[in-house]
Design a protein. Sequence first.
Length: 208
Amino acid sequence: MFGIPLNYQKAIDIIQEEKTMLHDIGRINYFNGTEKCQRFFINIAGLGFESVVVKRTNVQKDKGKSGKAIYFYNLLMSLISYKNTNAEIVIDGNKTEANIFSLNVGNGRYCGGGMRQTPFAVPDDGILDVTIIKGMGKIEIILNLKILYNGTILDHPKVDGYKCKNIIVRSDSLLYVEADGESLGHTPAEFSIIPSCINIVYGTKIIQ
């Protein structure tokens, strides 16, 4: 997202240029059992199907496996047992209800080895981008996998996109939460934004 190459020397060259920008930070309040917890994220957090895939992937990473193929494999395998969940969602005070497949809250645009679930997020605008996939069945998800990667996810009729500063999610059954690829706890969960919170180095600043 910020034009930092994987080549070590080229990355060092960019660091030496000392170009920095102030980046927003996301905050999550969630539960782990009966304990109320709080964590922060810089890129993308999610709940629902995304958290199931992340948990499977992290187990395999602990065994030494890695790469985009692992994430894609776990995405397909997780579809076998996953079920959509009814949830109450409050976005900047406005309440709605949905049978959701997944919900992603983005400060950045990319996750999971190239997925673009919040394709228009801007990391220094003081706003969270929210993408909610509603009521999709397993076959429908498989047929539409390409929209997770090509940036057109918000064009699908069963996908809603929002921009907000606060979102609260309560669900009939527990929805598990992940942030920046780390498995956390479960709903009820609240996501909020802390503007201009941390300095980051960049090579190519994203188009706003």
